[in-house]
Write a protein of this length. Structure first.
Length: 365
């Protein structure tokens, strides 16, 4: 059954955090258990249409490649996006060696490139695929729909194993909206709220689980339901200018089941950006106990004495109490209740509102 959950209550958020913490141990054990080997292949035809196959079976059939400019919408489906050439080559990067197919297009004098990089299965039986858009001379985009200005890759929900389900995280705080259930029925978020990862999997064959997400320039990329049957990835429709040489990437990462696929997807991101998973030694908040006033905390937009005190007095009393009972707090997290806001509740000034902190808010650097 399809489900769409919106997480926002204090109690639910706290419960989710506890369950997530308790589940980490089992997830980490599973993460490096080898996956069943599957042959993943990408077939690109002379007209640059493409399919993703697992053991010879089509799991994802690519849809139209689209570039929307001020002059109009140009698509590979109707031939208005003109194919100039196709090239196959090999290379290597942070994810390892790969074979690639690059298609060069043009529309209204604007060159546009799409590339698919396929990496071999690793020692844990995991396979990444990268889909890249590139603008050699930049572009002046226009929205294809309310969400995207470019489309690549895209694929039909109705092609591939019929029993596939989906888990997708989205929302203005990625994860505040959780979509789960049959892939063909899922109502997916688009726009800036749709940048979270999506896992497509089959309960009957977890070794064909794929994580789909943006892989670079995350803040201007999104997925979008192009129709009831088609899902697309691309650049946001709100963009006004794309600089020369700009690139945007989407990853499809295959592994066994949701946990291992997500962990492997994280490994790919860490490798791509040269980061380490063990960040504990570098993060003060992971080493020491702190006090939070974030969403879910008792003093989130609330002060002591039934909200009759100031935040300044409340925090001072909290400090005195923690010292008296021996709670070794080393830091405090101040959420969004103390600074000046503007349109959309965004920060306009990193200065404390006087009714929140009547005296100076000091930051010890």
């Amino acid at each position: 059954r399809y489900q769409r959950r919106v997480h926002g209550s204090r109690g639910l958020k706290g419960m989710l955090e506890v369950l997530t913490f308790l589940a980490l141990g089992s997830c980490l054990v599973l993460a490096h258990k080898p996956c069943i080997s599957r042959k993943v292949d990408v077939q690109v035809s002379p007209n640059c249409s493409y399919e993703v196959l697992v053991d010879g079976e089509v799991h994802y059939r690519g849809g139209a490649t689209v570039l929307a400019l001020s002059e109009g919408n140009f698509s590979s489906a109707d031939g208005t996006l003109k194919l100039d050439g196709i090239a196959k080559y090999a290379g290597d990067d942070a994810l390892g060696s790969y074979v690639a197919t690059r298609c060069t297009w043009h529309a209204a004098g604007t060159p546009f490139q799409t590339t698919i990089r396929l990496y071999p299965e690793d020692s844990l039986g995991r396979t990444p695929i990268i889909f890249q858009q590139r603008f050699p001379q930049g572009a002046r985009p226009h929205a294809v729909n309310a969400t995207l200005s470019t489309v690549f890759p895209s694929w039909s929900r109705h092609v591939g194993p019929a029993d596939r389900d989906v888990v997708a995280w989205s929302g203005h705080m990625t994860g505040s909206i959780l979509v789960s259930g049959p892939l063909q029925q899922a109502v997916l978020e688009g726009g800036s709220a749709g940048i979270g990862p999506m896992v497509v999997y089959s309960k009957a064959n977890l070794s064909t689980s794929f994580v789909w997400s943006s892989f670079s320039n995350f803040m201007v990329a999104s997925l979008a339901p192009l129709s009831e049957s088609e899902v697309g990835y691309g650049l946001l429709g709100t963009l006004e200018d794309i600089p020369a040489g700009f690139e945007s990437e989407t990853i499809a990462f295959r592994s066994c089941g949701i946990n291992r696929a997500m962990y492997g997807w994280g490994d790919a991101l860490l490798a791509r950006y040269g980061k380490l998973r063990d960040a504990k030694s570098k993060d003060f908040t992971l080493q020491y106990l702190g006090y939070s006033t974030d969403n879910g905390a008792y003093y989130y937009y609330w002060t002591e004495h039934n909200h009759t005190s100031t935040y300044e007095r409340t925090l001072l009393d909290l400090r005195n109490y923690s010292a008296a009972v021996g709670l070794p707090y080393r830091y405090v997290l101040l959420d969004s209740w103390w600074y000046h806001k503007g349109v959309g509740h965004g920060v306009t000034s990193w200065t404390a509102m006087t009714y929140v902190f009547p005296h100076v808010l000091c930051v010890d650097t």
